[in-house]
Design a protein around this ligand. Structure first.
Ligand SMILES: [Zn+2]
Length: 1094
């Protein structure tokens, strides 16, 4: 039954006329309640176990939406009336509301009351729109209550006393109450809800007061969006994302042009044409940044916003700062040294706000106004240096002293020097580990609430009373490798989420081959597409590894149990089995498919290496699976060693072929944070040790990933999820080439092969750290690897530069990466289609949808990397702040270390401290303009004088004292200390102690992690030569970076993941490419179209 009513909609359109919209009413509009037996169930439903439903009126839905977002409030019923009200009033809040409704976690639904025959009410002739809206919401609540046979009360909340009076008790079972009263009486144990309501209320009042007051304009007005868009099309304005120089956030910002996309090339072409005509070109400049100097020119743009800029006249162009910046420290402007003039502009309008939640702290009392009962207006200082202070009104200023809080920005008017915002919630006392970890999560936009009931309900059970076991029916459909294959896993010590295992079988027969297997946890078996677990995993996109904890992508019953390939237990797997030539290890054949396996050994990298090297092994603790008599043990150990030897051999052969094609061997500098007995203290920071077996396992995973990528691409072409690594931008190699040159090495960057060969030669240097540091600099120049849909990028750009593979994807870690789950589903669909079974292929995302998911995965992956780095930094600072008792006993201050100079700047040098794999800056000029000077006892102090900075060295020339020279790769002794900041994360400071290095006692063997690899790479090169001589071609595909993503899997270690870190260190940023990768558009964060006035 369908009833049509015409509803007149007054819409101001171009013609100025009235538009009549047809409005259809139906009976079959679902109520989305689990209690209902009549309606169709589509999408989310409100659980049957709720005590009441909560429905906000239009004002509450608009102004207090953020309170409704609190995860504790459940059973939310948004009426279509309220939904539309939000949509009309604020684009930013509308997007928030949609996100809330779409979120798999939140317990809220949208009820299309205006289309439901029984729930809809017509507007009365004399009725105001607002009155009708309220009546419409109320009527919907009443209908809902009756529709569910009055089994559950419905509470409508409002902030209008008149509404309470009118409807308050008009219907039994439907309650209309003030929002404040509701929160206090229904949620007494969630006091933050009422506080939050108060904070939002304050912000609203403030805004009203301000809008009545005429005030002086601080900034130019923004141009309207249509003017901006026309200007961009015409090439008058340039569109880009604003990013602040973290070290000079008050002064220097850059607008990075949106990357060249085939669809949107107007402004870019304009810009390129302009470059090519020689108007501006400098070999040292980055081609697509526009410099924006000062707050006026920045015109209220906030880090991350998409803006339109207008270039200034060429005579007004300036250079970017080349001075070492230090967060929180202000250098004397006259001391600044600047690069060549570059395009300089001013922001004329905002295309899209990219505001998010900001961690901040209130100013100390003496800086703020006097305490009182009334709301105070305070300038909250954000944790992120790049974000301006945010003005908030709060009545709790005294209570919030030294507490980290979350604030949101509401608006930034041209009459206001600072943005206006509101207090959201308190995180805890600044400096507490839990507070700091919470701050990192918020700053990186990571949401890791406990898994919901619905998600856990979807999981299989495994308990002592009902243990999980493989299903014989399922086993019948899989290849059973439990008895036929010796399977083992190699992971970091204590690893719980084992998602890959390996096998080697020697097939004796006529053709004499080896079968090598990579077995990956079959996660998709347990995660139905579109279910609550799947949606949650997609939203998280990855497991987040912190220095002291991790936040899993999947519930632990999967990640550390049923999908973890533990030894001695039957597990479902997805396997890749290669048949290899016994001599050459060339791939003759490959098989992909679902299997059931039982791993025999769960080895740590260290144990596996010890088995290979014939080292001493504590059987009981290291390989408990090896039980039995001593003879049996030896026999089985021999068998294991044989298998590991073959595996190593195969990996070497594969690596050799890829290296022959130009694979890069890059360096990250990953550290392990060691925790002492005392909670919250750090006992040590050590660089992770590289073993050959790391590379062997990485090699096998790289092999599986690339074979899967090629297999998928062959069948799916357009919608394969791939991981590509674009070639680096040549202009970023400056620091590397310069550092190489200083040691007599020419670094050829023309291709990955040339670069790889150049870097290889640097190993001959008498100082092994030179090669190590050059590799770090090479890594620094790399772009980020990215997920993409094969349809969105031309095929020649799908390659992986670092691994030098024509095609790559992520298949091997589905427990901790959502990309791998999607790739598993793609491969399953391809295999099913081959067997004539098309059922599975329906669930695959493709086209724009796949591209959107890829972007989301890229953003989350980057957030995970940054958060991990933040957390390591946090503990590093703790380490250098706390005096470590163990170190004190040995009478050596653990904060004194050897360091190597690896870059020269105008006012100092950048150094690398191998013992901690740490980089830092040494300022040779202090705040007063004095320069470092050498004292008679060999120590350093600051004196008046000057610095002379050259390409490979810097000379300090004090007016009264000895001059000294620091050259690239000179050793010095430094003192590392942690400086505490009230508003921001603590930072490390490096001070020059002596000009000579700390004697080599401080240097550990693992200071040069490339050493175990040297032997291997030489072997690989030898084989490559043999291959070339014999005219053999590579079957595994192009080369890899041997220390790939997979090697330090427990802590997301791989090289490409480090790139972000290098970009972030920012000390490197100054001369070259600042902030290139810091532009992260957080999809999960609130955004708003430039609706300044909302
Ligand atoms: Zn229903």
């Amino acid at each position: 039954m369908l009833e049509q009513r015409q509803r007149e909609m007054r819409v101001r359109n171009v013609l100025g006329g009235r538009v009549v919209r047809e409005h259809y009413l139906r009976e079959a509009v679902p109520c989305h309640s689990a209690l209902c037996t009549r309606c169709t169930r589509a999408g989310k439903v409100l659980g049957a176990d709720l005590t009441h439903f909560l429905t906000p009126d239009c004002t509450v839905a608009l102004h207090y939406l953020e309170v409704l977002e609190l995860p504790q409030l459940n059973g939310l019923l948004f009426t279509h009336t309220a939904y539309q009200h939000v949509q009309h009033k604020s684009r930013r809040l509308y997007q928030r509301l949609r996100r809330l409704l779409n979120s798999p976690r939140s317990d809220c639904v949208l009820f299309a009351n205006e289309f439901q025959l029984g729930a809809y009410v017509d507007r009365r002739p004399s009725e105001t729109h607002a009155a009708w809206q309220t009546r419409s919401v109320y009527h919907a609540a009443v209908w809902y209550h009756k529709h569910l046979s009055k089994r559950i009360p419905v509470v409508m909340v409002t902030v209008d006393p008149a509404v309470v009076e009118k409807y308050g008790s008009a219907t039994e079972g439907v309650y209309v109450v003030p929002f404040q009263v509701y929160l206090e009486s229904f949620w007494p144990d969630v006091p933050e809800a009422s506080e939050f309501l108060g904070s939002l209320h304050q912000a609203l009042i403030t805004k009203e007061v301000e809008s009545c007051r005429g005030r002086k304009r601080e900034f130019a007005e923004h141009l309207p969006v249509d003017v901006l868009e026309a200007g961009i099309r015409a090439g008058r304005y340039i569109k880009g994302t604003v990013s602040m120089n973290k070290h000079k956030a008050h002064v220097e910002a850059f607008v990075q042009q949106h990357r060249l996309l085939s669809k949107d090339t107007g402004a870019w072409k304009e810009f390129l044409g302009w470059l090519n005509h020689g108007v501006w070109f400098s070999s040292d400049a980055t081609l697509d940044d526009v410099l924006v100097l000062g707050m006026k020119n920045r015109n209220r743009a906030i880090h991350g916003d998409a803006v339109a800029v207008e270039l200034l006249a060429r005579t007004e162009w300036q250079g970017r700062s080349l001075t070492l910046g230090d967060v929180g420290r202000y250098d004397c402007p006259q001391e600044e040294s600047h690069g060549e003039p570059m395009p300089t502009g001013r922001v004329v309008g905002i295309l899209q706000r990219n505001w998010r939640d900001y961690v901040a702290i209130l100013p100390p009392p003496e800086e703020g106004p006097t305490q009182g009962r009334q709301a105070q207006r305070l300038l909250a200082v954000p944790w992120d240096f790049r974000i301006p202070k945010i003005r908030i009104a709060t009545t709790q200023a005294a209570m919030l002293q030294d507490v980290r809080i979350v604030v949101r920005i509401d608006s930034w008017d041209s009459t206001s020097q600072y943005p206006n915002g509101h207090f959201v919630r308190a995180l805890g006392k600044a400096g507490d580990i839990e507070t700091e970890v919470a701050a990192i999560l918020i700053e990186r936009g990571i949401s890791v609430l406990p898994f919901s009931e619905a998600q856990l309900r979807e999981m299989p059970t495994d308990s002592p009373t009902s243990p999980w076991a493989v299903d014989p029916k399922e086993v019948a459909q899989r290849r059973d490798l439990r008895l036929s294959h010796l399977i083992f896993s190699i992971d970091p010590q204590g690893c719980e989420d084992v998602d890959d295992a390996l096998s080697i079988v020697q097939c004796d027969g006529l053709d004499s081959t080896i079968e090598m297997g990579v077995h990956i946890a079959d996660v998709t078996k347990f995660v139905p597409p579109g279910g609550p677990t799947d949606l949650e995993a997609r939203s998280r996109a990855t497991t987040y590894y912190f220095a002291d904890r991790r936040f899993d992508m999947l519930p632990s019953v999967l990640s550390s149990n049923l999908c973890s390939l533990r030894s001695g237990e039957d597990r479902y797997a997805f396997s890749v089995l290669w048949r290899l030539d016994k001599e050459t290890y060339e791939v003759k054949d490959v098989w992909f498919g679902r299997t059931v396996i039982r791993s025999t050994y769960k080895l740590s990298y260290e144990t596996a290496q010890a088995v290979l090297d014939g080292g001493h092994i504590e059987f009981a603790t290291e390989i408990p699976e090896l039980c039995g008599t001593e003879d049996e043990q030896q026999v089985r150990l021999g068998e294991l060693r044989d298998v590991l030897n073959i595996l190593t051999d195969v990996a070497r052969a594969w690596l050799c072929r890829r290296t022959a094609n130009g694979g890069l061997q890059l360096e990250g500098s990953e550290v392990r944070v060691e925790f002492g007995g005392v909670p919250g203290t750090v006992s040590g920071i050590t660089p992770k040790k590289a073993l050959e077996v790391h590379e062997t396992v990485a090699e096998c995973m790289i092999g599986a990933n690339t074979w899967v990528a090629q297999r998928l691409f062959k069948s799916l072409l357009g919608c394969t999820l791939l991981r590509r690594h674009p070639p680096p931008r040549p202009e970023l190699f400056g620091p590397l080439c310069n550092a190489g040159e200083s040691q007599g090495f020419h670094i050829d960057i023309s291709s990955n092969k040339a670069l790889s060969d150049s870097l290889e030669k640097t190993k001959d240097h008498r100082e092994p750290l030179v090669s190590h540091i050059l590799r770090i600099l090479a890594t620094h120049a790399m772009s980020n690897a990215l997920y993409c849909s094969s349809a969105s990028v031309p095929q020649h750009e799908l390659t992986h530069y670092g691994l030098a593979l024509p095609m790559y994807t992520h298949f091997t870690s589905p427990i901790r990466r959502y990309s791998d789950i999607l790739v598993h589903r793609q491969l399953l669909a391809v295999l099913a289609a081959e067997n004539g079974d098309f059922e599975d292929s329906e669930v695959m995302p493709s086209g724009t949808y796949l591209e959107e998911i890829c972007q989301h995965l890229n953003e989350r992956t980057r957030a995970a990397q940054k958060a991990q780095k933040d957390s390591v930094d946090l503990f590093q600072c703790l380490f250098f702040r706390d005096v470590n008792p163990r170190m004190e006993e040995s009478s050596t201050d653990h904060r004194v270390a050897d360091a190597l100079v690896f870059a020269i700047r105008a006012n100092g040098v950048l150094v690398y401290m191998p013992r901690f794999a740490l980089r830092g800056a040494i300022f040779l000029k202090d705040k007063e303009g004095r320069v470092a000077s050498l004292m008679a006892d060999g120590t350093c102090d600051f004196r008046h004088g000057c610095l002379i900075h050259k390409k490979h060295e810097i000379v300090s020339q004090p007016s009264d004292g000895l001059p000294f020279v620091l050259r690239l790769f000179d050793h010095v002794t430094v003192h590392i200390s942690a400086e505490q900041h009230r508003a921001h994360a603590d930072t490390l400071h490096v001070h020059l102690l002596r000009l000579e290095g700390l004697n080599q006692q401080g240097a550990h063997p693992q200071d040069t992690p490339s050493r175990p690899r040297d032997h291997m790479v030489r072997e690989v090169q030898r084989r490559a030569m043999v291959d070339v001589e014999q005219g053999r071609s590579s079957t595994v595909g192009p080369p890899a970076c041997p220390l790939g993503r997979e090697s330090y899997r427990q802590s997301t270690g791989g090289l490409y993941e480090f790139l972000e870190e290098f970009e972030e260190i920012a000390l490197m940023e100054i001369g070259k490419k600042p902030l290139a990768c810091v532009i992260v558009k957080e999809a999960d964060q609130p955004t708003s179209q430039s609706m300044e006035s909302e």
